[in-house]
Structures are given as C-alpha cells and as structure tokens.
Design a protein around this ligand. Structure first.
Ligand code: ZN
Ligand code: ZN
Length: 370
C-alpha cells in the first residue's frame, strides 16, 4: 500500500492502528515503518513509563525508548534509514500542532497526508480477532440479561446505566465501548440518548444501547423493552423495526454493497410508513474501535470527477470499503424515533462469512414487556 502511494515511510500515531500493527496497548507511542524495494524496517517509540510493557507486547518492531519526544525520535530514525523524503502521516489523527512541529523538524522532510490506510486493513478481521469480538459480544449479552430485573418504573436511567457498567466490569470487561445509552419514555425518541436522571416511566419504551471492551475489542448492542402495557401503535412500531433489522441481516453477504444492506432496512420501514423516522445509517464496522469502516449507509453522492479518485483510493490494499467481505464485523441497527412519543432500536453484531453471515449477538429480539 505504501509503495502504491509512493511513500518511503509511514508514521503511525493513531493508537488503535499502532495496537493493530505491533500489539502495543499503552496510551503513548509512535510506530514507524521504513520501506525500501527489498524490505521494510519497523521501530516503535515510546517513553519510560512503557519500557517493560513495550518489551512484553510489541512484536515485529524494534522497541526504542528515546530521550527526545517519541515523534521526533521516530523522524530521526527514518532519517538514519534514509527514508525521510516522503513520510506518510495519518491525516485524520494528526493535530494541526503536531503537523506544525513535524514540519519544523527539517525542510527536507516531505510530509504526505494519508487517509485510512491501516483502517482499511482492520476492516477485515483475522480469526483471532473474531474470537475476541465474540467474547466481548457474549459478555455484553449476559450483562443485558442480568440487568433486566432492574428495569422498573421509578428507577433512574443513570442507575440502569450504572448497573450495566458495574456488571460489565464485574464480568471482566476492560471498560465500556462508549457511554452507555439508556433512554426511556419520550427520551427514547433520541437516537443517541445518554442516560439522564429521569426516572423510568410507568409506561413506555426504554432503549438500552451499550458495549464492552474485552481483550481490546469492542461490542455493541441495542435492545428496546416496553414498560407497562404496549398499545397497538407501539407493537406495530416494534414489529416494523424488528422486520427491518431482520431484512438488513438477510442482505448481509460477501459481495453485497453496504448501500444495499442499508436500503434493505430502510425499505421495510418506509413500507410501514415509518421511513422518515429512521434518521441514521443502518450500521458500522466494529473492532478495536467502536466505529470502524465500513459504514452501512447510503452510497455517498460524489461528483463525477472525484469518483475516479474515490475508486482508486478504495481499491488500495485490496479492500473495497463499499462492499462487504468475509471477515468484516458490522452492526445492523435500524431504529424509529417519533418526536414527543418514543423510539425503538434493535442492534446486533454480524460477521460476514464466506457464504452469508452469522449473527454474533445471542440475545433474543422479541419485544419484552415489563
Ligand atoms: Zn449501539
Ligand atoms: Zn452501533
């Protein structure tokens, strides 16, 4: 990929990418790779806090604990390898300030912005990664089951979130993939409703959306339960979202376009007259980070002249990001949000296989009335 981009080196500063490439799980470090026609050399730079950890974790790269800041030491090293003429940096993850200080390190330095190179590799999971993801998904599902009895009118949303997070840690999670969402009653119409101090109502939907990190990999799941008797409108709404979710899963197979999967969920909700209340995309990749490529959404409208360029970038590294491939792990999470009333979302994690897909989330999806 680097040769295709005519780069002779790359500075990897985004920590999830560093972790993916060399195994380091700490919070500070820079990985550098120097490319030549015959071979490439890897070196990892961190500080004194991580001397031991880097030695234990890093594989495939020389570990350096420099006196200077890691980034400038990495550039120095590239210079010493004679590979500092065209240095790739991760444009999405380098701050303006870092870019400025890199530029100051030498006028001969030619920085080239790259975008999503390592992320593209990460989109297709190795079997060991799928195993980790599966374990995270299963842990979260058992948390959901354990937390169900706590969901009752009068309990604060934050208390439910606290229960979910406490239970996750008790079961061995390293942390949560993102801030736990608990949105009840009218708040369930907020697609991204963080748990508030509101007590759960006597009657209404409660959306629970959460994920755990286990072994460095994230999980993500949403279930919507109903407190009190559910009326016909609520049942219809829930059924439509579930049907949309199942249609989305059915559309997942290797070679399918992400936009087709998005369209499959959207079509069901449109048919049910709820299309305009489905205000986000159908899903996203999940792995070391909670939101990864590919995005399961409508194809972006691109101007004609940039289409060629886009095609070219998408092909780099062999992973075309608008098409599903075996090994990708994505979410399917359609939702309906009616302002002033409430909302429903159902989210599973799905592995793209050679023949179709496998739903990783084991939690049942029939409407739970409490
Ligand atoms: Zn989610
Ligand atoms: Zn999600």
């Amino acid at each position: 990929m680097l040769r295709e981009q005519q780069l002779d080196s790359l500075l990897i500063t985004h920590l999830p990418n560093v972790r993916y490439l060399c195994g380091f799980t700490g919070s500070a470090g820079v990985l550098a790779v120097a490319v030549s026609s015959k071979s490439h050399k890897w070196a990892f730079f961190t500080d004194g806090r991580y001397t031991q950890q880097a030695r234990d974790e890093v594989s495939g790269a020389k570990v350096v604990i420099p006196r200077a800041p890691a980034l400038s030491a990495a550039v120095e090293w590239l210079r010493s390898q004679g590979r500092s003429h065209r240095i790739g940096i991760e444009a999405e993850h380098v701050s303006v300030a870092t870019h400025r200080s890199l530029s100051k390190l030498g006028s001969a330095l030619k920085l080239q912005l790259t975008s999503g190179l390592v992320e593209r590799l990460r989109a297709v999971k190795e079997p060991t990664e799928v195993k980790q993801i599966r374990a995270a998904v299963n842990l979260a599902s058992s948390v959901f089951e354990a937390v169900l009895p706590e969901i009752k009118p009068g309990t604060k949303e934050t208390a439910i979130a606290a229960e979910i997070e406490y239970m996750s840690r008790r079961l061995g999670a390293q942390g949560m993939s993102f801030e736990t969402l608990v949105a009840s009653g009218k708040r369930s119409a907020l697609p991204h409703g963080l748990a508030s101090q509101n007590p759960l109502p006597e009657r209404g939907f409660v959306i629970l959306d959460f994920g755990v990190i286990l072994g460095g990999y994230c999980s993500d799941m949403t279930r919507t339960v109903h407190l009190g008797r559910a009326g016909q409108a609520e049942r219809k709404m829930y059924r439509a979202v579930l049907e949309a979710q199942l249609a989305g899963i059915k559309a997942v197979s290797p070679g399918a376009k992400c936009s087709e999967v998005d369209n499959a969920t959207r079509k069901v909700l449109e048919k049910a007259g709820l299309g305009r209340y489905f205000t986000h995309s159908t899903g996203h990749g999940v792995g070391i980070e909670i939101h990864e490529v590919p995005g399961i959404r409508k194809a972006a409208k691109v101007a004609k002249n940039s289409r060629k360029r886009q095609k070219r970038t998408q092909k780099q590294g062999g992973t075309q990001l608008d098409t599903l491939q075996p090994g990708m792990v994505i979410t399917i999470e359609p939702g309906v949000y009616i302002p002033g009333k409430g909302g429903v979302r159902i989210e599973d994690m799905v592995l793209v296989t050679e023949t179709g897909c496998e739903v990783l989330t084991p939690t049942p999806k029939e409407m739970i009335v409490i």
